[in-house]
Unconditional design. Structure first.
Length: 342
């Protein structure tokens, strides 16, 4: 046996010993601790539902098995929660953020109220990604895309500059629709309820998963019509409904829509603060990944009717970095749409 080959068992042993020590150090830190998942949306929202599902199972997969709790911190489309995780919460690995879809790339269109750099968050795997859909009520004055191009229609939204308001401006520009944003609804759920009562014609950007689970009865009864989808491809739920991209020939318009999609496709982003130690972030990423494969977690998700389509931390990070590398002309177009909705 050559001297180099003879050293292999000792090298492997040293690597295994170092890994065991690292795992032990992580377990020693988390044992007896409480990890808080700070959700930037109200209790009962889609984001909150996924956070609570994960909180019910995550502890088993974190070394030291800490207690996991959920704290709701709604406000400014998750900007309040994002700033808390970035600037105020302990940077020791005991705080996880769960934000709205817009937070990872919000500074691209408006940095007002943004007190963090999304590229410095340490992103965790996300349990699901779902595009949004444009819906109208059965009795609305518009029931097709042609109708929406031919006449004005009222679509509910939350605030000026919020993602659904931007979606209205985007579709009006690239599809030549004539939607009018009706602002002031406290939440997506409130806007959909107003749609049911005939106050507005529709809502521009409801997550497909929310539509499938929370409004299944309306879909089955034909009371809600789905006219558009925002993703790259048609979803299994609505195979006959076109995506916005399908309807566009202009490559600049398609690039604009793809950038806008970056605000919605990472449906349930989870992250740790920029100062969290790398080894604890790595352990939490592994714990998230293991949780998503846990049969008990999968069974619980099915029972809660929460669909899973996990995205790795690496891919989440790459998407965010790619969005920030977008051509400035396209970014400016999206920013202009945003400004006009304010």
């Amino acid at each position: 046996m050559t001297p180099a080959r003879a050293l292999i068992p000792f090298v492997l042993l040293a690597i295994m010993t170092a890994a065991a020590h690292a795992q032990s150090a992580i377990a020693d830190f988390y044992r007896g601790k409480t990890v808080t998942i700070v959700v930037g949306q109200p209790s009962g929202s889609t984001f909150d539902s996924y956070a609570r599902l994960i909180a019910s199972h995550l502890s088993r997969h974190v070394p030291g098995q800490p207690t996991i709790i959920v704290q709701n911190m709604p406000g400014a489309a998750s900007l309040v929660a994002g700033a808390h995780v970035y600037n105020i919460a302990p940077q020791d690995g005991t705080t996880i953020g769960a934000s709205s879809t817009n937070l990872p790339v919000q500074p691209l269109i408006d940095s007002t109220g943004v007190r963090f750099d999304p590229r410095k968050f340490q992103w965790l795997p996300t349990p699901a990604e779902f595009p949004t859909a444009l819906i109208v009520w059965r009795a609305a004055s518009v029931t097709s895309l042609d109708d929406m191009r031919a006449k004005d229609a009222n679509f509910g939204s939350i605030t000026a500059g919020s993602p659904p308001t931007v979606a209205i401006g985007l579709y009006n520009q690239v599809l030549r629709t004539r939607m009018r944003p009706i602002l002031g609804y406290a939440s997506m759920q409130a806007a959909v309820l107003a749609m049911e009562h005939g106050e507005i014609d529709g809502y521009p950007s409801i997550p497909v998963e929310t539509l499938r689970v929370n409004y299944k009865h309306h879909l089955e009864a034909g009371r809600i019509r789905v006219l558009l989808q925002a993703g790259e491809t048609r979803t299994a739920e609505f195979p006959d409904v076109p995506t916005v991209l399908e309807l566009l020939d202009n490559e600049n318009d398609r690039a604009l829509v793809r950038l806008a999609n970056a605000f919605t496709m990472t449906t349930t982003p989870f992250m740790m603060g920029p100062g969290a130690p790398a080894d604890r972030v790595a352990a939490m990423r592994e714990a998230f990944t293991d949780t998503f494969a846990d049969p008990a977690f999968l069974e619980d998700a099915a029972r809660r009717e929460l669909r899973l389509s996990p995205v790795s931390a690496g891919n989440v990070t790459k998407r965010i970095e790619a969005a920030f590398r977008s051509d400035e002309t396209i970014v400016r177009r999206l920013r202009d749409i945003y400004e006009k909705t304010k």
